[in-house]
Design a protein. Sequence first.
Length: 61
Amino acid sequence: MKQVKIIEEKCILCGQCEAIAPEVFKIDDTPKVIMDKIPENLEEKVQEAIDACPTTAIEWE
């Protein structure tokens, strides 16, 4: 299983990632990845969130 991270300095808290993959991302006052390891069935959604991020703040580890 893969891991994903949010680069907080780049994140503008737009919520795109949470809208696409709420099982993985949580945006409040700070961005959070709420899963330690991404199951294969969610990898496509996470990649979609990575591609949709306007500031390229999300990446695979």
